[in-house]
Design a protein around this ligand. Structure first.
Ligand SMILES: Cc1cc2nc3c(=O)[nH]c(=O)nc-3n(C[C@H](O)[C@H](O)[C@H](O)COP(=O)(O)OP(=O)(O)OC[C@H]3O[C@@H](n4cnc5c(N)ncnc54)[C@H](O)[C@@H]3O)c2cc1C
Length: 186
């Protein structure tokens, strides 16, 4: 494996502990599952398969985390930017509510994996604020929060005073905070 120069633009790459040593594929391998790409999806799939005793190999063309996984904002959010009711309307109640439940549980799943495997990723579970930049934006956020609250999520509306105290800026009229979300202290 080699380091592509563009990876050095990534905060995570620059500040993370060194990745485990890997070697190029040097011949044929017989496995139950071959996974192409060592991002979050490939690594998580490989880990879960290996835990079940499935013989698995991960093949990565560049470096572990070379794609979106090594270059994102580092937020493990409990849900999507889309409103849950819209997702349910679009894909139907069965799959929609199942998807929302899985997404709502995402940070807990990640948190459990971090603890179980002692993953050193500087995780912080203090939540994520979505800030309302206008009264209509805030109204939309409050509706978003209500839809998640109906599904049992830990998400609360914060008023102008509280968001000023929390962020130090007077730019926002309010916001919502999802306390389940994980961020990094980098
Ligand atoms: C700017 C930005 C900010 C984001 N912020 C967030 C955020 O805050 N929170 C969040 O949840 N999501 C965020 N995302 C989305 C998130 O990063 C991606 O959804 C996630 O990383 C996708 O992971 P992945 O493993 O599916 O793909 P990737 O991480 O892209 O991994 C794919 C891997 O496959 C490799 N590959 C491709 N083709 C081949 C091949 N033929 N052979 C071998 N290897 C191959 C690539 O090199 C790469 O390493 C953000 C994305 C971006 C771009």
């Amino acid at each position: 494996m080699f380091s592509h120069p563009r990876m050095h633009d990534s905060l995570w790459f620059a500040s993370a502990s060194p990745a485990p040593k890997t070697a190029p594929l040097d011949g044929d391998r017989t496995v139950d599952v071959a996974i192409i790409g060592a991002g979050f999806t490939g690594c998580s799939a490989a880990l879960h398969l290996a835990e079940k005793g499935v013989k698995t190999i991960v093949l990565e063309a560049q470096d572990i985390g070379f794609g979106g996984s090594g270059r994102n904002a580092g937020l493990v959010n409990a849900g999507l930017w889309l409103d849950p009711d819209d997702v349910v309307k679009t894909i139907g109640p069965d799959y929609g509510e199942r998807l929302m439940a899985e997404l709502g549980n995402g940070p807990s799943l990640v948190s459990d994996m971090i603890a179980k495997h002692g993953i050193q990723c500087d995780d912080v579970r203090k939540g994520v604020i979505k800030a309302g930049h206008s009264p209509s934006g805030q109204a939309h956020l409050e509706e978003h929060a209500r839809q998640w609250q109906r599904r049992g999520a830990n998400i609360e509306v914060i008023d102008r005073k509280r968001i000023v105290d929390m962020t130090g800026t007077e730019r926002y009229v309010g916001g919502i905070i999802s306390t389940a979300a994980i961020t990094s202290n980098r």
